[in-house]
Design a binder for this molecule. Sequence first.
Ligand code: DX5
Ligand code: ZN
Length: 222
Amino acid sequence: MEMKICPSVLACDMLHLEDEIKKAEKAGADIFHLDVMDGVYVPNMSFGFDVIKKIGTVTDLPLDVHMMTVQPWKYFDVLAAAGTWNVTFHLNLLDEAGTRQALKDIHSLGMKAALSVKPKESADLLLPYYDLMDMALVMTVEPGFGGQKFMEDMLPKVGAIRAAAGKDFPVQIDGGIGLGTAGKAAAAGASMFVVGTASFGAPDMAKAVADIRSEAEAAFVY
Ligand code: DX5
Ligand code: ZN
């Protein structure tokens, strides 16, 4: 399985957004991870859809939008128009039928769809949705802020997801990922690595991305 490195734009120097996007591309990024926070679902606010649209005008890499908002479905059409590749949203915002419908709505707009499990949520909560999901996101920090400490005890969820959804089903990991933690996540079965502080914050982003990728490739067991 190919390892995908997904720099989190939340950690970039926002004053120089275009330069940072180019820097990440040159560094070997595979996918841009874009955290949308509304200050209600999580105690922080980030950027909105116009920023995502602008990012899409300067890169051809896939845009992976992680919605940390109370009503993500309100924005699916705006995200599609902004060129979003994948939309991830969180459990427990809607009932089961509503969550299934939201995943279908994302697909009908031509985007990929994912659900995320937070630290206090069991991976079993994803069971009713795998037929409509393109990947799962396992949070290894409480969502809301970059630069937090990796929660290693979340890793068994990765194996549980692959056991339930199949070994080809991609599991993305988000929170505190960098050298050291990427290998542990890969050994657990994660193949998509959201990297904020450890990528944009590194003195040499290309080296950081390459080192994290090699660590993940060496540790991943199919
Ligand atoms: C946190 C976000 C993350 C964040 C990761 O709520 O979902 O994507 O940017 O940042 P680091 O890699 O610094 O933990
Ligand atoms: Zn995220």
